[in-house]
Design a protein around this ligand. Structure first.
Ligand code: HPA
Length: 249
């Protein structure tokens, strides 16, 4: 029960791709309550891979209702040591264009009221994890190499700003996020990344640009546009995940 790779699917990725050979599904009870979906185990590129649908198989959970603690704890219990997390994002950087993939290297967390630590109470000692580099540098390197192998033109560095949602931002909020140094805005990157760090799971994000963020480039945001960009982006995500898993030792 060790050394498995997990894929956490976000908006637009509710099941694994065609070349994933499904072996079994399992619900693991956690001390933190119910996870978003059962774990789906299978083989991809000759390796054991575990899939979790962050919003549930039918997209029933908005970002602020996701039980991030249960999800990450369940993956650890299943023997996962690496997570490839797929996140839909809005862009506030001209280089991060809709339908394309970005591998962020930094995070600013604007979310609030989410259970965000395994070290909350009844501790024998207070724990402060290092989060200087919030994403695994070795997993990011592998993702970037996989992108090159498949000519996917990934953007290789970006700051991911995690907002609370579920609404999208106002134009003024987006300006503030840009002034803070964010390139991408999403709602699900935290506390997922820091919880993974707390229990020593390597974690990296594949951010799929669904739209230009509010007021950044044009008028209001349409859900039809987001869906169409996500559909095209997801084809690239599948190629990237498959090649990344092939490259992982
Ligand atoms: N803002 C926040 N989260 C998002 C967006 C956005 O514009 N698009 C997709 N997820």
């Amino acid at each position: 029960m060790s050394d498995k790779i997990a894929v956490i699917g976000g908006t637009g990725l509710y099941s694994m791709m065609d070349d994933f050979e499904l072996t079994r599904q399992e619900i693991i009870n956690t001390p933190y309550g119910e996870a978003s979906s059962p774990l789906v185990f299978g083989m991809l590129q000759g390796k054991e891979v575990v899939f979790l649908a962050r919003h549930g198989f039918t997209h029933r959970l908005p970002p602020h209702r996701i039980n991030y603690l249960a999800n990450i704890w369940m993956l650890k219990k299943a023997g996962v040591d690496k997570i490839l997390a797929v996140n839909a994002v809005g862009s506030i950087n001209d280089n991060c264009t809709p339908e394309n993939l970005v591998i962020p290297d930094q995070i600013i967390d604007y979310s609030w009221g989410r259970e965000h630590t395994f070290y909350a109470e009844d501790l024998t000692r207070v724990v402060h994890i290092d989060f200087t580099h919030p994403y695994s540098r070795s997993l990011r390197k592998t993702l970037i190499q996989a992108g090159k192998n498949k000519e996917l033109k990934l953007v290789e560095n970006a700051v991911y700003g995690c907002t609370q949602g579920p609404r999208l931002e106002s134009a003024a909020e987006v300006k503030r996020l840009a002034n803070d140094g964010c390139d991408l805005i999403g709602m699900t990157g935290m506390p997922e990344a820091s919880l993974a760090r707390e229990i020593s799971i390597e974690y990296a994000s594949i951010s799929v640009v669904a739209n230009w963020a509010a007021g950044f480039n044009g008028d209001e945001i349409s859900m039809e546009q987001i869906e169409s960009h996500m559909q095209k982006g997801m084809q690239k995500v599948e190629t990237l995940i498959s090649e990344t898993i092939r490259l992982i030792d």
